[in-house]
Design a protein around this ligand. Structure first.
Ligand code: GSH
Length: 223
């Protein structure tokens, strides 16, 4: 039996969604973020040394890293679903977006989270003006232009095809969904990028997405 080690409000939502799309049976073992640090509980390190989510266990397999988990589940249980045929241009695009989501977009989004917290979070009185000025400077000179670059790029790519890998919905769309959901709450993704907003509306309407949110529980990335 597949077990998803699921952290609230996290990337493991994507794995639940994929499992629902594939209509596979699975268990969920739940973990709660520390409300102050937002880190996963130490207990998750007993499953995988990094203690991050998602992690799945399946028989004697323990696997972390969302992209690797997606590839594993599709390879073992997918029967060709949600992945384009090998050797096609769609398959290459699938591979590209599967890696791009974590490898490229998440970095500036994480920096945005960190520097937002430095700007608005508690700080010793004397350090506050300097820390805030540095945070604002890093965000305006680097982080926000990088996020804009990525969002503009993804918006233009969806002008070429309905889904990221081509005409068919694929697991690459599941992987890309997370940085887009984060961008709505953290980086001002809104109606000024209509294709990305329409993409999010389409995925939210999928029955498997709704089932995954129901089973996974809380999924509020602004938290
Ligand atoms: N690149 C990894 C990132 C894993 C990751 O950072 N997960 C976050 C949840 S969204 C986490 O576990 N955060 C809690 C912590 O770092 O303690 C993946 O895609 O699986």
């Amino acid at each position: 039996m597949i077990t998803v080690h699921h952290l609230n409000n996290s990337r493991s939502q994507r794995v639940l969604w994929l499992l629902e799309e594939l209509e596979l049976e699975y268990d969920i073992k739940r973990y709660q973020r520390d409300p102050h640090t937002m880190l996963a509980p130490a207990e998750l390190r007993q499953v995988h040394p990094l203690g991050k989510s998602p992690v799945i266990t399946d028989g004697d397999v323990t696997l972390a890293e969302s992209g690797a988990i997606i590839e594993y589940l599709l390879g073992r249980y997918g029967e060709g679903r949600l992945i384009p045929e090998p050797g096609t241009s769609e398959r290459l695009r699938f591979t590209y977006w599967l890696h791009y989501a974590e490898g490229s977009t998440m970095c500036p989004l994480l920096l945005k989270l960190i520097f937002d917290r430095i700007e608005t979070g508690p700080m010793p009185f004397l350090a506050r003006p300097v820390a805030r000025a540095i945070a604002r400077r890093v965000k305006s000179s680097f982080v926000e232009p990088q996020i804009k670059l990525h969002l503009d790029y993804m918006e233009s790519e969806l002008g070429k095809s309905t889904w990221f890998a081509g005409r068919e919905f694929s697991a690459a769309d599941i992987q890309v969904s997370f940085p887009l959901e984060v961008s709505v709450v953290r980086a001002g993704l809104n109606a000024s990028r209509p294709r990305l907003v329409a993409f999010l509306e389409r995925i939210h309407a999928r029955p498997a997405f709704k089932r995954a949110v129901e089973r996974g529980g809380e999924f509020a990335l602004g938290a």
